[in-house]
Design a protein around this ligand. Sequence first.
Ligand SMILES: Cc1cc2nc3c(=O)[nH]c(=O)nc-3n(C[C@H](O)[C@H](O)[C@H](O)COP(=O)(O)OP(=O)(O)OC[C@H]3O[C@@H](n4cnc5c(N)ncnc54)[C@H](O)[C@@H]3O)c2cc1C
Length: 473
Amino acid sequence: MSEFWPAPTGTDRAAYADAEVRPFWLAALPPRDPAPPVSGTVHTELCIVGGGFTGLWAALHAKADDPDREVTVLEADTVGFGASGRNGGFVVSSLTHGIGNGLARFGPEMPALERLGAENFAGLEADVARHGIDCRLELTGDLVAILEPYQEAWVEDEVEVLRRFGHDVVVLDGPAVRAEVDSPTYRAGIWDRTGTGLLDPGRLADGLRAAAERLGVRIFEGTPAEALEPRGEGVDVRTPHGRVRARRVLLATSAFPPLLRAIRRYVVPVYDYALVTEPLSAEQRAAIGWRRRQGLSDGANQFHYYRLTHDDRILYGGYDAVYRYGGPVRSALDDDDRTFARLSAHFFHTFPQLRGLHFAYRWGGAIDTSSRFSVFFGTAHAGRVAYAVGYTGLGVGATRFGARVALDLLDGRETEATRLRYVRRRPVPFPPEPLRYGVVRLTQNRMAAADRNAGRRGVWLRALDALGLGFDS
Ligand SMILES: Cc1cc2nc3c(=O)[nH]c(=O)nc-3n(C[C@H](O)[C@H](O)[C@H](O)COP(=O)(O)OP(=O)(O)OC[C@H]3O[C@@H](n4cnc5c(N)ncnc54)[C@H](O)[C@@H]3O)c2cc1C
């Protein structure tokens, strides 16, 4: 742990002891009866596996392309159960996990990727308006708080790159950043006001579900797809109580155990955790400023992200990125005391004036981490199956684009995007276990060491940088 952050105390632990282990966003949705599972044989033209943002956007795009197309979505649990219902709700236009990462990996294609990202962001805004989805989109920008002296050296480069790609950026010195959001830990800030905002991801997932159903998409919940079986010109998707006989299949299963071995090579499930406070009182609210409600993060390798909700709670997450041997994904892992203790301690270090506030919700979720930090694509079974996975913790906006591209690959449509190396190239695979665990943990350990050591990257991280490889959540 960085020396900067205090170790958790009993008071920090008590602050979340009674928190419900459930994503705040899903708890806040009005209750509804889940859609029934598949039973018997269902015939469809397009079967989408996974009812998160990727799957739901793919369903909407498919119907927009051809309203008569039969589209079916299979969701193992309920829509929004995965990362889409449990994220921070930061929505950004970047398709490459930031411009810096994009330049390192997709250099010559960055002008096109930034433009496609901006178009996708505008398309998301237009779609939520068109479908009447009240997901509380707030275009308040993204504020990165600089906490330690060594991070100040990054500001100039970061701002130069953002401005080179046309972003409206405000650089804030210590007093100016603390006038925006009052934390004694802040030394400076970078406020990016282009292509960044916040939304309520539970409402977005549920709104996309309702919009898809209005367009005639059939959604089955409680239906895990167990296997893909090529059959004639199509593919059968096997489920516990029946099968879906489809001409095409789009896989949108993120960090969950994949139905294709190919995906397993490129994706590791890394758990990320978040806390949400009770609503702040008027005095507590006044004590932190934050009148412009920016999305906030802090600027180290291991960073926190935090934001206000519509009812003035604070969501505070990130820092730890937990990879477990073998990459399990299951509900029991939504609770992780060690990580919540750290988050609570870091929260009160950031906002000491909020001591006494309690957390009402805590949860975790699996992030589909790829070595290039951004979505990748592929097809299988002679082009009858396509997938878009690997968003690495920045998919609220990018999933709309990922869904579009996967659908174009499935339908054999050539577009500007499908011609890009960004779409055609796969990431570098992770090694199999037990080496996978060793490599991931070593990389995390070296990143934490870099944070302790004034940001200096040691031999291992520099070797990965030179190979264009990385690890993030
Ligand atoms: C804690 C956390 C915080 C995050 N914060 C942010 C953020 O602030 N901003 C941002 O941009 N991104 C964030 N992300 C990442 C973002 O949430 C994801 O990139 C995005 O939601 C991925 O959407 P998806 O549809 O691809 O995957 P998911 O939402 O995970 O959907 C996959 C769905 O497929 C279902 N499924 C899996 N296997 C099967 C099967 N075999 N059969 C049927 N159904 C199946 C699952 O149940 C799940 O519902 C965060 C992620 C986490 C976990």
